[in-house]
Design a protein around this ligand. Structure first.
Ligand SMILES: *[C@@H]1O[C@H](CO)[C@@H](O)[C@H](O)[C@H]1NC(C)=O
Ligand SMILES: *[C@@H]1O[C@H](CO)[C@@H](O)[C@H](O)[C@H]1NC(C)=O
Ligand SMILES: *[C@@H]1O[C@H](CO)[C@@H](O)[C@H](O)[C@H]1NC(C)=O
Length: 379
């Protein structure tokens, strides 16, 4: 032994080879021991006869609650979770089966129209939480979302009687039946429609309460808002798209799309907003952090209750504009920023450019960043 160490000391290169071999041998021994213990209570005799060896039990891929365990990396340790994209947005929507809806321009929106518009959701890569009061439409939507990874879609069946906005349905019907009440299709004529638009905020509250939002920000998105993408001149057929926060989005504000002059409308009384159908912003896309969205929901529900107490209600757009009138703004709703888009932007013509403005800007923000990343990689 002493001789061995003496010879080891003599040649430093040889010494390192011997030490390495020694360590390697130790590692192999420890590994075999661990494997043996892993096999359970086998005696060494059984180990010597491979035929008696128990089959190795595959790793259980689910935890005690049946939830999938995190994937293991190549060396067997837990895989690092991907860092969350701080610009990511959880998208919330709802479809209630209201039947055909008459529009201001005399057209009628039917279920088949929604089914067609819904196709755009198959291309949306964000996490989507969608509520339906009907199994058939839920199944259709589920089928459309199949093109995205399963964990990107959360579908919830609701009963509209569970949505507090529908508690007012009878009162709203009576109000709209009054010949003196303003008549704008559908928001001051179709009571179900009016309640359904207000119910967006019952749903947003549920989404937050039920903990479905894992991102910092969330947005309401009307189920038909992206219908312009069905035109191939606007969007490449079946191409995936993503919604991300626009550059310099102020997290202290609620993001909306401007459709009317805010400076004038914010000076009106809530009744004038409903009576003259004058609104500052659209309601089809509402963006905010969880914290600001909670504040906005609270302001919205308070405004909705106050309007109904005074026998007035219209669509969500009108309630939003009412929040920022002198009478109601003193309650301190979160500040809102209304984004403005011009006709023809994004290759889209008509009022839909304005109504969908912020949603299209979020789509464009993600596209611009993706292009910049490609360029940086020399692609
Ligand atoms: C994995 O764990 C679940 C939940 O504890 C259990 O029901 C299941 O039988 C386990 N599977 C295996 C292969 O051990
Ligand atoms: C919805 O709720 C109402 C009242 O609670 C009930 O009568 C109805 O059957 C429910 N509908 C569904 C589809 O669950
Ligand atoms: C973001 O909005 C808040 C609230 O309106 C405001 O106080 C703050 O100055 C804004 N921040 C920036 C960077 O504009």
């Amino acid at each position: 032994m002493a001789k061995l160490f003496r010879s080891l000391a003599r040649s430093s290169a040889r010494r390192w080879i011997y030490i390495s071999l020694l360590i390697l041998g130790l590692v192999c021994y420890v590994y075999v021991e661990i494997e043996r213990l892993d096999m359970g209570s086998e005696t060494p005799a059984e180990v010597r006869h491979p035929a008696h060896r128990k089959k190795r039990v595959p790793r259980n891929e689910t935890d005690a609650n049946g939830q999938p365990l995190p994937k293991r990396s190549w060396w067997g340790g837990p895989e690092e979770p991907k860092p969350a994209n701080p610009l990511d947005i959880t998208i919330v929507t709802m479809y209630l089966r209201l039947g055909p809806v008459k529009r201001a321009d005399g057209t009628v929106t039917e279920e088949k129209d929604y089914l067609e518009w819904m196709r755009t959701w198959g291309w949306l890569t964000n996490t989507v939480v969608a509520y339906f009061d009907d199994d058939e439409m839920l199944a259709a939507f589920k089928n459309i979302r199949k093109s995205q990874p399963a964990d990107k879609t959360i579908l919830v069946r609701v009963n509209r009687t569970d949505l507090s906005s529908f508690d007012d349905l009878e009162d709203v019907r009576k109000l709209f039946a009054d010949p003196e009440y303003p008549k704008f299709e559908p928001q001051t004529v179709n009571a179900e429609w009016s309640c359904a638009t207000n119910a967006k905020y019952d749903i947003l509250q549920r989404v937050l309460d039920e903990g479905h939002v894992k991102t910092e920000t969330l947005a309401w998105l009307d189920i038909g808002l992206f219908k312009p993408l069905l035109k191939e001149t606007v969007h490449k057929k079946n191409a995936p798209f993503t919604l991300e926060l626009p550059d310099k989005f102020n997290a202290s504000k609620i993001g909306l799309s401007e459709v009317g002059p805010g400076d004038k409308i914010s000076k009106l009384r809530p009744w004038e907003i409903i009576q003259k159908d004058l609104v500052w912003t659209a309601g089809g896309f509402v963006l905010g952090t969880k914290e600001k969205m909670q504040e906005f929901i609270t302001s919205y529900k308070a405004a909705q209750d106050e309007l109904l107490e005074h026998d007035m209600i219209s669509a969500d757009m009108h309630t939003i504009s009412a929040i920022y009138t002198p009478q109601m703004v003193k309650r301190g709703p979160p500040e809102a920023k209304a984004y403005i888009c011009r006709d023809g932007w994004f290759g889209i013509r008509g009022t839909v450019t304005k109504y969908g403005c912020l949603a299209f800007l979020c789509k464009e923000a993600a596209e611009t960043r993706a292009k910049a990343r490609m360029k940086a990689q020399g692609l």
